[in-house]
Ligand binder design. Structure first.
Ligand code: CO
Length: 196
C-alpha cells in the first residue's frame, strides 16, 4: 500500500470505529503488516494508508531489549487508552508519514489500554517505556494527531524546513514501489529513532 504524507487531509481526520471484523478488515490488516515491513516501520496506523478506521499494527519484534518483542506483529482494533501515568518522559520519534524527520516528544511513561484482537476478543494491556510511546503515537494517528503537534517550540523550529520539503513533494514516504529494505531472512537492527 502507499503511505500518505504529512499535508494529506486524511491524516487529520478522526477515524471511525470498526463495527465488524470481517474479511475486508482481515485483508486490510494483512496489507498493512506487509506495508509496515516493507517501509521499515515499527508501527503503522490505518489513516497512514488512507483508511480512516480505528486500527493500527505494531511489529514488536523490532524492539530489542523489550520483553514485548516476543509478541511479534500485533493488530490493535478499536483501541482505547483508559489512563496514563503522571510521569512523562522524552524520547525521539519518527513517523512513516513524515519521512526523514525526527524530534524529541514528551509523553506519559505508562498507559493502560484495551483493544479488540482479530477474533473480536477484548484485551486489556498495560505498557511502560518505549512500547507505551509507540502505542500512543499510533493512537494519536486515529484521532488525526501527529507527533509534530506535540513538540516544544524549539524542536518544531528545527524541523520546519524538512516539513516544507515534504509538503512540496521533495521528500516522499514509502509508496509501495521503492525497493524493500533488507529481506525477510535478514534481521532488522532496531535503531532509535524508530518510525511508526
Ligand atoms: Co506515525
Amino acid at each position: 500500500m502507499k503511505i500518505i504524507a504529512y499535508g494529506n487531509p486524511i491524516l487529520r481526520k478522526q477515524s471511525s470505529e470498526i463495527k465488524e471484523i470481517d474479511g475486508e478488515i482481515r485483508r486490510l490488516v494483512g496489507d498493512m503488516k506487509e506495508t509496515m515491513k516493507a517501509a521499515g516501520g515499527v508501527g503503522l496506523a490505518a489513516p497512514q494508508v488512507a483508511v480512516s478506521k480505528m486500527l493500527f499494527v505494531v511489529d514488536w519484534s523490532l524492539l530489542e531489549n523489550e520483553e514485548i518483542r516476543e509478541e511479534g506483529i500485533v493488530a490493535y482494533i478499536n483501541p482505547v487508552i483508559h489512563s496514563v501515568s503522571e510521569k512523562n518522559i522524552v524520547d525521539l520519534e519518527g513517523c512513516l508519514s513524515i519521512p526523514e524527520v525526527a524530534a524529541e516528544v514528551m509523553r506519559p511513561d505508562r498507559i493502560e489500554m484495551s483493544y479488540q484482537d482479530l477474533n473480536g476478543g477484548e484485551v486489556e494491556l498495560e505498557l511502560t517505556g518505549y512500547p507505551a510511546r509507540v502505542v500512543q503515537h499510533e493512537y494519536d494517528h486515529l484521532q488525526g494527531i501527529l507527533f509534530i503537534d506535540r513538540l516544544a517550540q524549539s524542536e518544531r523550529a528545527k524541523i520546519r524546513d524538512k516539513l516544507k520539503d515534504i509538503l512540496a513533494g521533495r521528500v516522499k514516504p514509502f509508496d509501495g514501489t521503492q525497493p524493500v529494505k533488507g529481506t525477510s531472512t535478514e534481521p532488522v537492527t532496531y535503531k532509535r529513532p524508530a518510525v511508526f
